[in-house]
Design a protein around this ligand. Structure first.
Ligand code: TRP
Ligand code: ZN
Length: 331
């Protein structure tokens, strides 16, 4: 879904500027325009002119097409995409192929866990300030018991589609954009921890923020935002507020995904989540719909986590919020 709020309302170029202030400023500009009986004042009327590149609507059909590919990969490889199994490397190669064709500089970083080789995939978008790196990432591995389509084909597919959208738009933000797909999350955040540990102190300090996406299409969804870096959190909340969808703070296990190693290294983090095995309450059904007393994802870590285990609306909204945050935080 396309954000209907005028983009002007979010034209704060620097993270940290209060969104409310920006909205008021936008309203004032529009008022001035109509009082003058002319076209609305140009963006630069009350402030130095800044070109605003609006985040694109991330086509949910494209995100779902990636999920279909992950499902096919699992089906062809013993039913999973788990660390150390053929379905994992096939998933890496699928994502890497799309990124290479779109002009990203990709790196496959290998590591060993449990006697098996694991892989992280890193994709850098050429350009931007190397001292201000904005990262978005997701784990690409599943558990051995299933294909891992909600956990975490959804995050992996949406991050991939956001990267492809950057390429389609030839987006040239002020900051440097980097995307990551982590291996062996299901063994205890192994890949993401390996990546963070592999960075020099200087390169760690260059990362302005890390956005994590793990389970963003749960079939009985909630809309949870990580309560962490205030600017990142605000950016996601602004998006959901703009489309009229209430959010809650993520509480189903803080530190249970790949943002944790980044946070431990002092990097600002944030992210989105639509819920795992916890049950949706009656109050949550009132605000979001769905089924009370039922898990957000009844197929969490099981064999029924297939392409049938997805709420398309949740996937669409979270993908769009992801793209919005990548654009807003890097411009
Ligand atoms: N992959 C995570 C796990 O298996 C899923 C998860 C549970 C999660 N709780 C979370 C992801 C909270 C993000 C935030 O544990
Ligand atoms: Zn997960």
């Amino acid at each position: 879904m396309k954000l209907s709020v005028p983009h002007l309302a979010f034209s704060a170029r620097r993270p940290g500027r209060a969104a409310v202030t920006a909205v008021v400023a936008a309203a004032a500009l529009l008022t001035t325009g109509s009082m003058a009986g002319a076209a609305p004042a140009p963006l630069g009327a009350a402030a130095p002119p800044v070109e605003v590149a609006a985040a694109p609507d991330l086509p949910v059909a494209n995100v779902k097409a990636h999920l279909t590919q992950f499902q096919s990969i699992a089906t062809a490889n013993g039913g999973n995409r788990a660390h150390g199994r053929a379905g994992y490397l096939a998933s890496v190669n699928y994502v890497k192929g799309k990124l290479d064709a779109a002009g990203f500089t990709t790196t496959v970083q290998s590591f060993t866990s449990g006697g098996r080789t694991g892989y992280n995939l890193i994709a850098d978008w050429p350009g931007g300030d190397p001292n201000q790196v904005v990262m978005a990432g997701s784990h690409l591995d599943s558990v051995t018991s299933g294909a891992g389509i909600n956990d975490n084909g959804t995050g992996s597919a949406a991050v991939l589609e956001a990267a492809l959208a950057v390429s389609r738009a030839n987006y040239q933000p002020t900051k440097h954009l980097r995307f990551g797909w982590w291996g062996a999350e299901e063994l205890g955040l192994v890949g993401s921890r390996y990546y963070v540990n592999s960075l020099s102190t200087a390169n760690r300090a260059r990362i302005s923020g890390y956005l994590n996406f793990d389970m963003i299409g749960s079939p009985n969804p909630g809309y949870f935002v990580y309560d962490d870096d205030p600017t990142i959190e605000r950016t996601f909340k602004d998006y959901f507020m703009g489309i009229g969808v209430p959010t809650e703070i993520e509480t189903e296990g803080d530190g249970r995904s790949d943002h944790a190693p980044f946070k431990s290294a002092g990097i600002p983090v944030g992210g989105l989540f639509t819920g795992a095995s916890r049950a949706k309450t009656a109050a949550q059904v009132t605000k979001w719909g769905g089924t009370s007393g039922q898990a957000f994802d009844r197929c969490y870590h099981s064999s029924c986590d297939t392409t049938s285990n997805i709420n398309d609306t949740a996937l669409d909204r979270n993908g769009d919020a992801l793209a919005y945050a990548v654009w807003e935080l890097s411009e």
